[in-house]
Design a protein around this ligand. Structure first.
Ligand code: NAD
Ligand code: LMR
Length: 328
């Protein structure tokens, strides 16, 4: 038997975890012969609810689920973790922007960053889902100075998936025919989902959808505001699609990126080839050979339109950084 992979998941009694945990244990991400140990963190008030989730995980009788550790101690949850998926935190409600959660959620990432620094496995990789995920990731990273920079990710894959789905619908093709959709910047209403380099069945999306007006307006706005639209409709923020995007993020990081394609995640800006200010967590198109690290895709020619969009979202991240100055 392979050594189990230790997955630390925070926010284990919440909505996203309720999809995520079950799918992490069923072999769809790491393969049918890879056991996993779930190390699930919650706050003390939610431990009773987490108990119920643990019962259900056990009742799923998943052969690859080697062990479950449920705890309210971040140091226990992060012990020897190979992955830390940081989902725990307050979601926004109607009328809020994700950045409004900085005060509520920022402090959580100080504690969890330190716990990762002191207890996680040497190969740990961290994916921050809880909002505002870019800035929360910056806080955790700043509090984990021993963890290399290329291990930190904030999740913009849900935005990429939303963008692909919008383009596929408009072009009348399956979503699998849409590639090269890069999401730039913040997981927020300023993000730039780049349609100028997207491809549909191998052709430029701008040739297939010959409607610049729609691409610049409806398309971008729908992707930027999709989270709010879901909150409005459901009364709660996206959960199953968010869990799905977290699994896609892990899959994209552990498998070689298909020839010519890329995927999106927000990563540290140090040394980035697009002149985005350092010490931010900013989403770029990435590629990996699946062996542990990744590269920001170089040489994407940004039009003046696109460059302006990438700067608007950079400016928002700089403002968020000011608000967390005392945490980083
Ligand atoms: P939820 O309220 O259903 O669950 C969050 C859970 O986190 C709760 O059970 C809560 O007790 C727990 N929690 C709070 N503080 C914690 C801490 N310090 N340690 C461990 N657990 C803690 O929320 P949800 O719908 O699961 O969403 C979770 C987060 O993910 C929110 O911040 C939401 O905005 C964010 N989100 C991000 C994306 C994305 O694309 N990046 C998508 C959807 C949701
Ligand atoms: C989303 O994009 O659905 C999440 O970030 C939740 C939110 O607050 O929009």
């Amino acid at each position: 038997m392979k050594d189990p992979i230790r997955m630390a998941i925070t926010g284990g009694a919440g909505q996203i975890a309720y999809s995520l945990l079950f799918r992490l244990a069923n072999g769809e991400v790491f393969g049918p012969d890879q056991p996993v140990i779930l190390q699930i963190l919650e706050i003390p008030e939610a431990m009773e609810a987490l108990k119920g989730v643990v019962m259900e995980l056990k009742d799923s009788a998943q052969p690859l689920l080697y062990d479950i550790i449920a705890t309210d101690d971040a140091n226990v949850a992060m012990k020897d973790a190979n992955w830390a998926i940081l989902v725990g935190g307050r979601p926004r409600g109607p009328g809020m922007e994700r950045g409004d959660l900085i005060a509520a959620n920022g402090q959580i990432f100080v504690t969890q960053g330190k716990a990762i620094n002191d207890h996680a496995a040497a190969d740990v990789r961290i994916v921050v889902v809880a909002n505002p995920c870019n800035s929360n990731c910056l806080v955790a990273k700043a509090n984990a100075p021993d963890i290399p920079a290329d291990r930190w990710f904030a999740m913009t894959r849900l935005d990429e998936n939303r963008a692909k789905s919008q383009l596929a619908d408009r072009a009348g093709v399956l979503v699998s025919g849409v590639t090269n959709v890069g999401v730039w910047g913040n997981h927020s209403a300023t993000q730039y989902p780049d349609f100028e380099h997207a491809r549909i069945q191998g052709k430029p999306a701008t040739d297939v959808i010959n409607d610049r007006q729609w691409l610049e307006n409806d398309f971008i706005t729908t992707v930027q505001k999709r989270g709010a639209e879901i909150i409005q409709a459901r009364g709660k923020s996206s959960a199953a699609s968010a869990a799905n995007a977290a699994l896609d993020t892990i899959r994209s990081l552990i498998n070689p990126t298909p020839e010519g394609d890329w995927f999106s995640a927000a990563v540290p800006t140090e040394g980035n080839p697009y002149g985005i200010e350092e010490n931010l967590i900013y989403s770029f198109p990435l590629r990996t050979d699946g062996k542990g690290s990744y590269k920001i895709v170089e040489g994407i020619e940004l039009s003046d339109y696109a460059r302006e969009k990438t700067r608007i979202t950079e400016r928002e991240l700089l403002e968020e950084r000011e608000a967390i100055e005392d945490l980083i």
